[in-house]
Design a binder for this molecule. Structure first.
Ligand code: CAA
Length: 394
């Protein structure tokens, strides 16, 4: 089953339609046949990621001169949605690479940093990751302990500490890392660093055995006297927390798109199951209790799409005005992730015993949906951000 070709908010250009058709076709041909196996083994899909890079999907909003596809925020959201309809892990890999890593350097990087750190990742030759969380600081991101100190010669920042839950961490050659440079300054004592993860002083922990998005590799990172050249600071020292937060605004749009894609996949399966599955002498689609579920799933999905497209439009405006789109991104992420949880749960219910079986992808959608309410800011943090923005309090 298909979904709205255009939303009430955004009309797709021919280029965006073509991109969506390309991604849909790629996902069906290349990812769908291996999605269940990747989920089973938890193997990182290096080959399909390489092919996504060749299609320009690893740097969608990055100008061509820096290795990207030179498209816009809607193109990026459509891509993540299409991938997640087939496999949420691919959606995560692309979302983090595009929104959290490339987006940050595009917005704040110097020309040299764009050449060295953006170009190889946007072109898909290397992979990027974003490293903010630590074992003892997740929602309270400003409470991080990972420390960077300037060496005596003033040439390098020496980084020591542990980071956790780093998506793409096991495979990334490049990282955007946040560490404390001035412990007395609180949030204003955090700095953003561009890290070459192939250099000594950085080791990676075991790949996390996760409930869902199992093909997206996640791990801890251990920094032990990692020497980062001073010209690899992104923005200014002390600006790291604000960079981390503004980048997460874009990341949360990506997660909203991922959640929407998962919900759409579960919904489409439910519609066709309701039409085919017979009980009490006919298809279960004729029962009002099933119809109620379908109606409630549909309306939440379409509301999620509207919020997502509203956030995308705000992000595109922000390119010109510099205005923040924090509120729109958090609303889209919160609604879409809670919708994904609701829809995948109802889809499993509609499928009954078959929904619980690993023979169908329903239980995978249900497990994959769960993370969207946790990462890049939990549902509780989104509510806090939304309320603070509305009430204008801190
Ligand atoms: N854009 C720009 N600046 C922002 C901002 C934004 N969206 N949000 C806050 N800031 C700025 C504020 O203006 C303020 O700046 P000044 O110091 O200049 O006044 C500064 O940042 C501090 O802001 P707050 O006082 O609001 O900060 P806080 O400590 O109260 O924290 C929070 C706010 C919303 C709770 C924040 O810590 C947060 O979002 N936490 C969740 C973190 C998160 O999402 N982690 C996920 C990590 S990534 C991941 O999941 C793994 C992965 O690989 C995908």
């Amino acid at each position: 089953m298909d979904f709205a070709e255009d939303s009430a908010l955004l009309r797709l250009t021919d280029e965006q339609r073509m991109l969506r058709a390309t991604v849909r076709d790629f996902a069906q041909r290349e990812i769908a046949p291996v999605a269940a196996e990747l989920d089973e083994t938890g193997a990182y899909p290096a080959e399909t990621v390489r092919r996504m890079g060749a299609l320009g999907l690893m740097g969608i909003e990055v100008p061509e001169k820096y290795g990207g596809a030179g498209m816009d925020a809607l193109a990026c959201a459509l891509t993540i949605e299409e991938l997640a309809r087939v496999d949420a892990s691919h959606g995560t890999i692309v979302s983090v690479n595009n929104s959290l890593y490339c987006g940050a350097i595009l917005a704040r990087g110097s020309e040299e940093q764009k050449r060295e750190f953006l170009l190889p990742v946007a072109s898909g030759r290397q992979t990027g990751a974003y490293s903010l969380s630590e074992p003892s600081s997740g929602s309270d991101a400003g409470a991080m302990a990972c420390r960077a100190e300037l060496n005596a010669a003033g040439t390098h920042w020496m980084i020591n500490g542990r980071k956790s839950w780093v998506t793409n961490g096991p495979v990334a050659e490049r990282l955007l890392l946040f560490a404390v440079t001035d412990p007395a300054a609180g949030n204003r004592g955090i700095t953003a660093f561009l890290i070459d993860a192939t250099q000594p002083g950085l080791t990676r922990g075991r790949v996390e055995p996760k409930l869902g998005i199992r093909a997206s590799a996640t791990c801890e990172l251990h920094f032990d006297n990692y020497a980062c050249p001073v010209d690899s600071v992104l923005g200014q020292p002390g600006e790291g927390f604000r960079i981390a937060m503004s980048v997460l605004d874009a990341g949360r749009i990506g997660i909203a798109a991922q959640a929407l894609g998962i919900a759409e996949a579960a919904f489409a399966a439910s519609v066709s199951w309701a039409r085919q599955r017979e009980a009490f002498g006919g298809p279960i689609a004729r029962f009002q209790l099933i119809q109620q579920k379908i109606a409630d799933m549909k309306i939440r999905i379409e509301a999620s799409r509207l919020l997502l497209h509203d956030a995308v439009a705000a992000k595109q405006r922000s390119r010109k005005t510099g205005e923040r789109y924090t509120l729109q991104a958090s609303m889209a992420k919160l609604h879409a992730s809670e919708t994904a949880a609701y829809v995948t749960d109802e889809a499993l219910q509609i499928h009954g015993g078959m929904g619980y079986s690993r023979e169908l992808p329903l239980e995978r959608y249900w497990r994959d949906a769960r993370i969207t309410r946790i990462y890049e800011g939990s549902s509780e943090i989104q509510r806090l951000v939304i309320a603070r923005n509305v009430l204008e309090v801190r």
